[in-house]
Design a protein. Structure first.
Length: 232
């Protein structure tokens, strides 16, 4: 499995996204399309980004009753994407349904991963607002084990949690880790984050980086700095 840096293209239009990707020239970063861009620009922007030679992680975090998620995944199976996800909080049944929907297309299914706990959620909020008691690490491990039992490829978690997830679920179980910040950079709304270099040491397979690259004065230099710290 290749280690890679995925850029979270949290833009509100196809035009803005494509202009951003134009800056990268022959470099073709792995791109994450989230809710904002997908709701604004839909399938055509995925098609265009794939045509340009990028891999695409469609980050829609599906979470609904199993039958609805299965049907939605059957639709997404027709898109030429490389990775897609659900919320593990939807239960193992929902995750199994997601996998079945994704595989119903008949062609090679993209990687299917599940969000454990959003990296913006602190243990305190999880305990007090969501009424999930105990340690956030125990919840993440349980959700990761449910994800594995449902036959998915891996989870989205903080880089800080990648090691314990691998210990609980095996080295081949993929960890995709947002919540990455350069040393001394702005943390924004991320509560559980680390640097690309630390993410590499802890053992993440893919880091997802948004604002530290998209809002940088020189996004290409920021992206290459991430790759330098995480991959090389
Ligand atoms: O700008 P920033 O680097 O914080 O972007 C992180 C990206 O990763 C966002 O697109 C966010 O939706 C996504 N993400 C996250 N935490 C998760 C799952 C996804 O931050 N647990």
């Amino acid at each position: 499995m290749g280690k890679d840096v995925i850029i979270a293209c949290d833009f509100s239009s196809a035009g803005e996204t494509l202009a951003f990707l134009d800056k990268f020239g022959a470099e073709k970063p792995f791109v994450k399309i989230g809710m904002e861009l997908f709701y604004a620009a839909g399938a055509p922007v995925i098609k265009e980004i794939k045509k340009r030679g990028h891999k695409v992680f469609l980050d829609l975090k599906l979470h609904d009753i199993p039958n609805t998620v299965k049907s939605a995944m059957a639709v997404l199976a027709a898109y030429d994407i490389d990775m897609v996800n659900v919320h593990a909080a939807g239960t193992a049944d929902m995750m199994r349904a997601a996998k079945a929907g994704l595989e119903s297309g008949g062609k090679k299914a993209p990687l299917l991963i599940a969000v454990t706990q959003l990296t913006s959620t602190s243990e305190e909020r999880m305990n007090k607002e969501l009424l999930i008691s105990g340690s956030i690490n125990d919840v993440i491990i349980k959700y990761a084990q449910n994800t594995k039992a449902a036959g998915l490829d891996g989870v989205v978690c903080s880089p800080l949690e990648a090691k314990m997830v691998k210990e609980a679920c095996g080295g081949d179980f993929i960890t995709v880790t947002p919540g990455v910040r350069f040393a001394g950079g702005d943390t924004n709304d991320q509560a559980r984050f680390t640097t690309p270099e630390m993410a590499k040491e802890i053992g993440s397979d893919y880091i997802v980086v948004g604002r530290p690259v998209t809002k940088a004065a020189d996004p290409v230099a920021a992206y290459l700095k991430c790759c330098g710290e995480f991959i090389d």
